[in-house]
Design a protein around this ligand. Structure first.
Ligand SMILES: C[S@@+](CC[C@H](N)C(=O)[O-])C[C@H]1O[C@@H](n2cnc3c(N)ncnc32)[C@H](O)[C@@H]1O
Length: 407
């Protein structure tokens, strides 16, 4: 892979976990020999036959499909493709399992094996707790938040760009004529309005995308059915107050208030994180528009906000926890309020894309979550009452799933 942008560097880091998972399932579980013995296999069947966690089985199948080693069938089951049959199972004429085995004692492979067997997230370092245990330590929380902030520096503007239509429309430009003609005012560096739209890049950071497409998905549709629903500003009005839940440094809240005129925001995060949050917001000169709340997002969420943002949060949790968060948002949002999940999302058939599938492996190994597809999220959000559930790509493999509480 050639590094063309920041997303490629982040993707490279994430791919190291995925490579360890690949080595582990090929060597310790001989996965392709096992899969080749069946017509087709679901994640549940794989979990039963290998005696591994079902979430881990699901993420593994998606990753191997993204690598082109499995074919996803219309019913969601998989079967090995030709390269897997030729090189990675018992009896292959070129049996590369022997070569893969040369790296199978790496620490990362041992960790992957343990997570596959137990379903519990790996410790962050050595024998310590997992990332969430460690977040109660101030030093760890600071360095973790710095990592989130660095990534948000390139993702935040792209996120704000695709949500710009949810804000209050900027005052229409009046074309000066004749004697009315005046000098354009100098740009105010503290103005909340971003005058130069940030460039939004494709998944590989190469091609600028002026108008990212919206991919509609209606709650209640059978998995894989893509509609043409557009949210636009069809609700009760423009967004004014944003709650960035699990918002870390507040980088996304800051990007949004800068892009959406007349908005303000609050960042909700753990008590161990919020000192970093306050400093970051102040360093951006936005302390007057972005507030900070120390708290637990699994408690009651504050009312008075009309857009709830979960950025890189849901991939840390299982479907039951996401359902609780989404239900709390539904209860706290006003009619017409908007819920935004910003993350790497899988494609509708969960066969990739590769960068998202690799990130999902990292999340599966380190947290109780994984990356989700739009249909999986629609299956959670629809029954809660959200509507107009749809995907908007942003940059570097990221996208938002947007949903609205009925007006
Ligand atoms: C993976 S980080 C994402 C941070 C940021 N939203 C981003 O996109 O980079 C998850 C965030 O959720 C926060 N978090 C985890 N559990 C939480 C809880 N129970 N209440 C509030 N925040 C929580 C963490 O402290 C962390 O900042």
């Amino acid at each position: 892979m050639t590094i063309l942008g920041p997303g490629d560097i982040v993707g490279l880091v994430n791919s190291t976990y995925a490579a360890d998972l690949f080595v582990t399932v090929v060597t310790e579980f001989d996965i392709f020999t096992r899969l080749a013995q069946r017509e087709a296999t679901t994640a549940r069947q794989l979990s039963e036959s290998l005696e591994i966690d079902e979430r881990a089985a699901d993420v593994t199948l998606t990753y191997l499909a993204a690598l082109g080693l499995l074919e996803r069938l219309p019913d969601g089951a998989v079967r090995p493709t030709e390269p897997a049959e030729q090189y990675l199972k018992a009896g292959s004429s070129i049996d590369l399992r022997h070569y893969v085995r040369t790296v199978s004692t790496r620490q990362g492979c041992r960790q992957a094996s343990q997570v596959l067997r137990t379903g519990r997230p790996a410790s962050w370092e050595g024998d310590g707790g997992d990332w969430l245990d460690r977040m109660s330590e101030n030093d760890f929380a600071d360095s973790f938040s710095a990592a989130m902030n660095a990534r948000g520096t390139y993702l935040g503007p792209a996120l704000a760009e695709v949500l710009r239509d949810l804000g209050r429309p900027a005052a229409p430009e009046i074309q000066p004529t004749g004697d009315d003609r005046q000098e354009a005012p100098a740009e105010d560096p503290h103005s909340p309005v971003v005058h130069t739209p940030p460039v939004v890049h494709s998944a590989h950071d190469t091609t600028p995308v002026d108008h990212p497409p919206s991919v509609g998905w209606q709650a209640g549709s059978p998995p894989g059915v893509v509609g043409d629903v557009m949210v636009g500003d069809g609700g009760s009005g423009a967004v004014r107050k944003i709650l960035d839940i699990g918002g870390s440094s507040g980088i996304y809240a800051c990007s949004l208030v800068q892009a959406l005129p007349g908005t303000s925001a609050a960042v909700l995060d753990l008590p161990s994180v919020v000192d970093f949050t306050r400093e970051s917001i102040a360093a951006r000169g936005l302390a007057d528009r972005v507030d900070v709340i120390a708290g637990d997002m699994f408690g009651d969420l504050p009312h008075g906000f009309d857009l709830h943002l979960y950025s890189n949060v849901w991939h840390d949790w299982d479907a039951g926890s996401i359902s609780k968060l989404a239900a709390a948002s539904f209860a706290a949002l006003p009619p017409g309020g908007v819920l935004v999940d910003h993350d790497m999302h899988l494609d509708d058939t969960k066969s990739g894309p590769l960068r998202q599938a690799e990130f999902s492996v990292r999340m599966m190994l380190m947290t109780t979550g994984k990356c989700y597809s739009t249909p999986e999220l629609a299956a959670i959000l629809g029954p809660i009452g959200f509507e107009d559930i749809h995907l908007r790509p942003t940059t570097a493999g990221y996208s938002v799933v947007v949903a609205r509480k009925p007006a």
